[in-house]
Design a protein around this ligand. Structure first.
Ligand SMILES: O=C(O)[C@H](O)[C@@H](O)[C@H](O)[C@H](O)COP(=O)(O)O
Length: 301
């Protein structure tokens, strides 16, 4: 099947390569001249046979909105846009409504698997009308793992990115649990071989998983993660998951605290903990650590 791919970075480039390996005809556009087949969106649209299918794999937010706006001027009624980045599901619905006016269809596709997807296949979760999803089915079939699993048509437009958002919230919680287990074992003076313990858990245990495999891989290269700072960014999906939990009055303490742990990781010092220290000092005369103190000499009471 023929497909236009917009965005040929870590994700889009690998997806295009996997699709080509499986016999699909991919015409790719990227702002980087070294990666692309065509030099503009106009040229991309011109190279595709109608009715066209264009897959977007560009950074979520402004870049995606700008590409869709431009494509909406170039595409014709009957064409289909598949938004494969990490868009917010509310934005999908707005975009689909606007595109509908010119007869262009919209499918949102959450894509999981990261840089390993080219080899292992991707988890694909889509939202949209059944006829649009069916039309792109050969593309989805080529992207998912060779077992044929890893695909869900979760619902109407927005459902694909909604479930990808929840998937990412779960990812936050699972990673945080492994992280806390790591710190506890490393701090305990009881466990002689922390990386080896994680490695042993890869088989037979309840917590065996791909995230565990990746943690073992990271610890093999750097058993105490000495090369890294304890600093973690987020790209927004955890925040959206927590917001959605609030909107639906669903308790989500694990995902929320995993998100807040990342915020804490970015602080040089904690204003909130300064308040705790100040109040303990006020009501109980407890010792405080001052910015001028030697960090090695922390107060004990
Ligand atoms: O399923 C996946 O392949 C990942 O979830 C992928 O989508 C990406 O790595 C996250 O968006 C990172 O999210 P954070 O930057 O918020 O950790």
């Amino acid at each position: 099947m023929q497909l236009g791919m917009v965005g040929l970075g870590k994700m889009g480039g690998n997806m295009a390569a996997r699709l080509r390996d499986k016999g699909h005809d991919v015409v790719g556009f990227d702002f980087n001249p070294e990666l692309r087949d065509v030099a503009s969106l106009e040229e991309l649209v011109g190279r595709l046979d109608a009715p066209r299918v264009v897959w977007l794999m560009v950074p979520a937010g402004e870049a995606t909105s700008a590409a869709i706006e431009k494509l909406s001027d170039l595409l014709d009624a009957g064409d289909l846009i598949i938004e494969g980045g990490n868009s917010h599901y509310v934005d999908d619905r707005k975009r689909a409504d606007i595109l509908k006016q010119s007869g262009v269809s919209y499918v949102d596709a959450g894509v999981s698997g990261g840089v390993w997807g080219r080899e292992n296949g991707y988890g694909i979760m889509v939202g949209g009308a059944a006829e649009d999803v069916d039309r792109a089915r050969p593309i989805f079939d080529a992207l998912v793992p060779d077992t044929g699993g890893g695909f869900v048509h979760a619902g109407g437009v927005g459902a694909g990115h909604f479930v990808k958002m929840v998937h990412n919230g779960i990812e936050y919680g699972m990673m945080q649990a492994f992280a806390e287990g790591y710190e506890l074992m490393a701090a305990s003076d009881i466990v002689d071989d922390v990386p080896g313990t994680f490695d042993s858990w890869r088989e037979g245990t309840v917590v065996r998983s791909w995230l565990l495999d990746l943690l073992v891989r990271a610890l093999k290269g750097d058993p105490e993660l000495e090369e890294l700072r304890g600093y973690a960014q987020d790209s927004g999906e955890g925040r959206w998951t927590v917001q959605a939990a609030v909107d639906h009055a669903v308790p989500a303490p694990v995902i929320s605290s995993a998100l807040f742990a990342r915020f804490a990781s970015r602080q040089e010092d904690s204003p909130a903990m300064k308040v705790i220290a100040a109040l303990r000092n006020q009501f109980g005369g407890h010792a405080v650590a001052k910015t001028t103190d030697d960090p090695a000499r922390t107060p004990r009471s």
